[in-house]
Design a protein around this ligand. Structure first.
Ligand SMILES: [Fe+2]
Length: 261
């Protein structure tokens, strides 16, 4: 006997909702409204509907909350942690090796030094090591998919990893996320943590993805897409992608709400 879950909607229905919601945003702008930069109520991204806050946030004193929130020690970040292809004694992971690097900048273009940058990503087959990810793509015994580093004196971070695959995520029928790497910037305290996703150029899944399209402005979506950099690409070794992160101001990188996939 086979069991079936709730019927999933087709991509065409989700795409129609994306187009309609983005048009509504533009209409609101034209009518003089000042909608928030993040569309918290973005129905095509189904699991977000019950997740976003419906009440104004409570303001808390950051120093007070740190007395009861997770506290992180001052242990060294080891250089090996920025190379996701060298974390297993059994060998290297499958996939297209690549370097991703860039600068973390403030609104005036000044480098943010000694900033903890964390990443996590799917393997080359689009699979995470996570209980909730059970789709039939292989796990890679030589790939965990997590790394961290500190920015240097010029605000530069650099990771060596493999290009992640696209993966299905059951938002609707035949829903696939564009390939992406999750980024977290920790700031100086847990209350300053910012999280976003970096994408790859020219992904054919962009137009179909409700998460990417929950960002209403194309310029903000474009800022999440890394540039291919042939100067950074190493002969016989790895492709190079460059992606700068701007923490505030008109050129700021878009950051997501807690809990996005
Ligand atoms: Fe992801």
């Amino acid at each position: 006997m086979t069991t079936t879950g709730p019927e999933l909607e087709p991509q065409s229905a989700i795409t129609a909702e994306i187009v309609s919601r983005q048009q509504q945003y533009q209409d609101d702008l034209a009518a003089g409204a000042r909608p928030t930069a993040t569309l918290l109520d973005f129905a095509p991204y189904r699991s977000s509907v019950l997740r976003h806050p419906t009440k104004d946030p409570r303001l808390v004193d950051p120093e007070t909350i740190e007395l009861v929130s997770p506290a992180y020690g001052h242990w060294e970040v080891a250089p090996i942690e920025s190379d996701l292809t060298a974390q297993h004694v059994g060998g290297e992971p499958q996939g297209q090796r690549m370097v991703v690097t860039g600068r973390v900048l403030d609104s005036a273009g000044r480098p943010i030094r000694h900033q903890l940058v964390e990443i996590w990503q799917a393997n080359a087959g689009g699979r995470y090591i996570h209980q909730r990810d059970q789709h039939p793509a292989p796990l890679d015994p030589n790939f965990t998919g997590a790394g961290r580093t500190l920015t240097d004196e010029n605000g530069v971070y650099r990771f060596t990893t493999i290009k992640p695959g696209a993966y299905p995520w059951k938002n609707h029928l035949n829903a696939w996320r564009p390939a992406h790497i999750h980024f977290s910037l920790f700031g100086n305290a847990v209350t300053q943590r910012l999280v976003t996703q970096m994408y790859f150029p020219d992904d054919p899944l962009f137009a179909l993805d409700p998460i990417y399209n929950s960002i209403p402005e194309q310029k903000d979506r474009d800022r999440l897409v890394a540039d291919y950099d042939h100067e950074l690409t190493s002969p016989e070794w790895a492709l190079g992608f460059r992606w700068d992160i701007v923490l505030s101001g008109p050129q700021a990188t878009w950051f997501e709400q807690e809990g996005d996939e």
